[in-house]
Each structure stands twice: as structure tokens, then as C-alpha cells.
Design a protein around this ligand. Structure first.
Ligand code: KG4
Ligand code: ZN
Length: 347
């Protein structure tokens, strides 16, 4: 089953072709990071316009790299939420136009489900390569827009276990980077600087939410960094590295502790315990190392997609779409963007 995936929910225009929900024949991503950098964040209207310009070339490239024509496909999957409405509409309209022109089945996909299933592309179906996660598994999605824990009971069946009360983890990274005068998006830059720093140099708080142990909060941590900067302004060199490492340690500690707690509480008894990391922040070196360490100690199987599958891409959308199409789900030409669609909630 060859499925085309299309994605334009935020600041990446992406198209990919995936076979049987396991093997990406192409995974083309046009990033708008340069466009938004000078504004220090994504400007929705600029994002929509750039998607309009990029969507057809990106689609053409994805088909060309897969060495396929539209007629060789078996279905089309498109992200229709959550995300920026004007941005989402671009891929949704493109997908509907393609479905109308070709008669191929169309399915709308939740962006977060895409992230959760990105790890299905691990190993790419090559014999002897690592096996991908089978549900049930617990998924920790950490990106610029989301920080949530899900129990993936089956393909298409997700239970929200906890989510952030304020900032997403990536947002906290980007805001702290801004305070430090680092370019947007700052996550990867903090990660790089932290490698030279001492994670125990400054003790930053780990938020505990009474009555909701699987929820997250990063606003207190952000304020703690700001307070520290007022006392020790404009850190340079070793001081800057120590601050980055200490902030990063607080984020990685909280995320991994809650993910393992989620498994303890919610993983079905008797089934192998599996944890999947996904979203842009899952590229973070310390988060990956600490997750591996703690999962190893707890006897939990850990699935870490390569960075290209952690950040926004269309291959993950094609994977989720393949499973939806196999379940018989179809969208018609009235498919619309759903900017605040929460996974696990009905339309
Ligand atoms: O999943 P993604 O590409 O887009 C969203 O859906 O948000 O995630 C982008 C986020 C940004 O906040 C970025 O700073 C963060 O992921 N990020 C990182 C790293 N690489 C990207 N955060 C920490 N460490 C990294 N290495
Ligand atoms: Zn995303």
C-alpha cells in the first residue's frame, strides 16, 4: 500500500511516500526557519504564504524521489489538525484537489498521531534492522506546540494521560534561548552549549502538580531561569554552558520521570512495556541519554526515532494515514482544517 502524506500544520511544508506504513520511499521537508527567525517565532500569515509557494514543488519532489506517479499511489493522507488554520488549509486543499483529480481515497490525520507513529519508520523494514514499536505503548510527544503523554492502545486508539498546563517543552527551550540572546529556534543551540556545561551547577525547580502527576508545567522553570539571569546577567562561555546544562537537566529529568511513571501506572499488565519518544525536543541529546538510562533500569523498551523523524515531516502522516485507510476510514471533499483538534477527542 503506497500512501502519499502531506503536512503543513506549522512551519514545515512536507510530502512523503510510505509503503505499507513502514518504509519511506521519500521524505521531503521544506523548512521555513529562516523566514521566521528574525521575528523570533512563527508568523502565521507568512507561514501560510510560504506553504502555498512550496506545496507543489515539495509534492513533485516526493513523487520523483519515490520514482512514482500519482496513478501508482493507493491513498492520500493529510494533516488536518491541530495547527495554524491558514497553514493547515494549504495541504488540506492540495490533498483534496489531488483526491478529486485522481479518485484516490483521502484521509485526514491528526498531527500528534503522526508524531506518535513516526517511530514505526525505525529500521525502515530492512531485514535485521531494529523492529518498530507495536501498540500498546506509551508515547511522550515533546515539541514546540505539544508536551503530552499518551497511551497508544492500538493504531487509531489513543488515551491522553497527561499534558502541559502552560508552555510546551520546546516553547520553554525557545523562550529560554531568547532570554540568552540565542537565535530562534533555540532548542538545538541550548543542547549544543549544554554539552560543555555542568548540569548540577544550578538547581532549577521540577514542577510537581498536585493531583495530576502526569501533567507538566514549564512556566516556573522559565521564571527561575529569568530570576537567575537578573542576578547573573549576560552569562558567557562556561557560565552560559552551565546554565544551559542545568536548564536542560531539569527538563530531561521531568520528562523522563513522568514518562516512566506513566508506564508504571498505565501500561497494560503482562504486555511488554514500551516507551516511544517523539516531537522536535526528542532530538535532544540529554533527553535521549537519560531516557535510555532510566528505561534500561526499569526494563522498558525504548524507541527513539532518528532526528529527521522527530521533527515535523510527512512520512509520519503517511504512516498514520495508512493505518486509518486500512481500518476503512475515509474523508470526503468536505474535509476541513481543525486547528484545535485534540487527539483522542471526537470531532
Ligand atoms: O516537532 P517540531 O519540529 O515542531 C512542532 O510541532 O513544534 O519541534 C520543534 C521544537 C522547537 O521548539 C525546537 O527548539 C525544539 O523542537 N528542538 C529541540 C532540539 N531540536 C529541536 N529542543 C531541544 N533540543 C534539541 N536538540
Ligand atoms: Zn509537530
Amino acid at each position: 500500500m503506497r500512501v502519499l502524506g502531506l503536512e503543513s500544520s506549522c512551519d514545515e511544508t512536507a510530502a512523503a511516500v510510505v509503503v505499507d506504513g513502514r518504509r519511506a520511499l521519500s521524505n521531503v521537508i521544506s523548512s521555513q526557519i529562516e523566514l521566521h527567525r528574525r521575528y523570533g517565532g512563527v508568523v502565521p500569515e507568512l507561514a501560510s504564504r510560504a506553504h502555498v509557494v512550496q506545496i507543489v514543488p515539495v509534492l513533485d519532489e516526493a513523487l520523483e524521489k519515490a520514482r512514482l506517479r500519482l496513478g501508482d499511489l493507493d491513498g492520500i493522507a493529510v494533516t488536518n489538525g491541530p495547527g495554524l488554520v491558514g497553514a493547515l488549509l494549504v495541504a488540506v486543499q492540495a490533498a483534496k484537489a489531488l483526491a478529486f483529480a485522481t479518485g484516490l481515497p483521502l484521509v485526514g490525520v491528526n498531527h500528534v498521531e503522526g508524531h506518535l507513529l513516526a517511530a514505526r519508520l525505525i529500521g525502515d523494514g530492512v531485514p535485521g534492522a531494529p523492529t518498530p514499536p507495536e501498540p500498546p505503548f506509551v508515547g511522550l510527544i515533546v515539541s514546540g506546540g505539544h508536551t503530552s503523554l499518551y497511551l497508544a492502545e492500538d493504531f487509531g486508539k489513543y488515551q491522553l494521560l497527561g499534558s502541559t498546563r502552560d508552555d510546551a517543552a520546546g516553547e520553554a527551550y525557545d523562550k529560554v534561548a531568547k532570554m540568552l540572546g540565542l537565535p530562534y529556534p533555540g532548542g538545538a543551540r541550548i543542547d549544543a552549549l549544554a554539552r560543555e556545561g555542568n548540569p548540577a551547577a544550578i538547581h532549577f525547580p521540577r514542577a510537581i502538580i498536585k493531583g495530576a502527576p502526569l501533567d507538566f508545567s514549564f512556566s516556573g522553570l522559565k521564571t527561575a531561569v529569568l530570576t537567575h539571569l537578573k542576578r547573573h546577567p549576560a552569562p558567557q562561555d562556561a557560565e552560559l554552558a552551565d546554565l544551559c546544562a542545568s536548564f536542560q537537566e531539569a527538563v530531561a529529568d521531568t520528562l523522563t520521570a513522568k514518562a516512566l511513571r506513566a508506564i508504571k501506572r498505565h501500561a497494560p499488565r503482562g504486555a511488554p512495556q514500551r516507551l516511544v519518544l517523539c516531537g522536535g525536543v526528542a532530538c535532544n541529546g540529554r533527553l535521549r541519554d537519560l531516557a535510555a538510562e532510566r528505561a534500561g533500569e526499569a526494563g522498558v523498551e525504548l524507541f527513539l526515532p532518528p532526528p529527521i523523524l522527530c521533527t515535523d515531516n510527512a512520512a509520519m502522516i503517511a504512516v498514520a494515514g495508512t493505518h486509518a485507510l486500512m481500518r476503512g476510514e475515509r474523508s470526503n471533499l468536505s474535509l476541513d482544517a481543525r486547528p484545535s483538534w485534540r487527539l483522542g477527542m471526537s470531532p
